[in-house]
Write a protein that binds this ligand. Structure first.
Ligand code: IMP
Length: 206
């Protein structure tokens, strides 16, 4: 049985990644999380790109545990805002740059406000998920990207999912990500598209 450690503390992401692994029916892999180990160092997400942050998280956790580590960094890139909130998606509505206090709801509210009065065609947005797999035995890191395109809704809608899901309108389903079931989201999301490619790499790990 191969052991892989998920290099994230975000419970919402852990839930989705575990579900995606189930969907992809990966055999002989045991998914561990940071909480299965004592005193795993905190990782400061201070990279300039999603890729930098994902690699940093996977390397810190992989080197600490001695096991292959899977991480991901995700951002919502809004065209009208020149790509904001982007890599700062988690901290978008923070009042103080040094202290992370913004909730998912604060971030959604700020985004809706920034786009107040902006016409539909200019509300294009994409979720980008950058996933990294680091193998500490070989000191090798692989990255894969998943992208999904949609629009920022006029108002938040739906109570499923997390983060910006209530304001991310997905045209193919004519619903926001918070209005579709977790099963549906996990079959088509940016996270699914990135992890699906990483799973192929996991199969080749010795
Ligand atoms: P990070 O990858 O932990 O830096 O996440 C950045 C932020 O993006 C999170 O705090 C969430 O607000 C948001 N986010 C990440 N993944 C998703 C998703 O699948 N749906 C909605 N929001 C997400």
């Amino acid at each position: 049985m191969k052991k892989i450690v998920l290099a994230t503390r975000n419970k919402d992401k852990i839930k989705e990644i575990k579900n995606i692994f189930k969907i992809l029916d990966l055999k002989d892999v045991e998914l561990l999380t940071i909480s299965d180990f004592a005193n795993v160092p905190e990782v400061e997400e201070d990279g300039k790109t999603l890729k930098d942050n994902a690699i940093k998280k996977a390397k810190v956790v992989g080197n600490y545990t001695g096991l292959p580590a899977l991480s991901e960094d995700t951002g919502l890139f809004v065209e009208y805002l020149n790509g904001a909130p982007g890599i700062y998606s988690a901290r978008y509505a923070d009042k103080n740059a040094k202290k992370h206090t913004a909730t998912y709801e604060d971030n959604c509210k700020k985004l809706i406000k920034e786009l107040d009065g902006v016409e539909w065609e200019k509300r294009k947005a994409e979720f980008i998920c950058l996933s990294a797999l680091y193998d500490p035995k070989k000191n090798k890191c692989y990255t894969r990207k998943g992208v999904i395109k949609g629009y920022i809704s006029i108002n938040p809608s739906g109570s499923k999912g997390f983060g910006y899901d209530p304001v991310f309108y997905f045209p193919e389903k004519q619903k926001t990500f918070a209005e579709i079931s977790s099963e549906e989201k996990n079959l088509l999301s940016h996270r699914f598209l990135a992890i699906k490619q990483i799973v192929k790499l996991i199969k080749n790990l010795n």
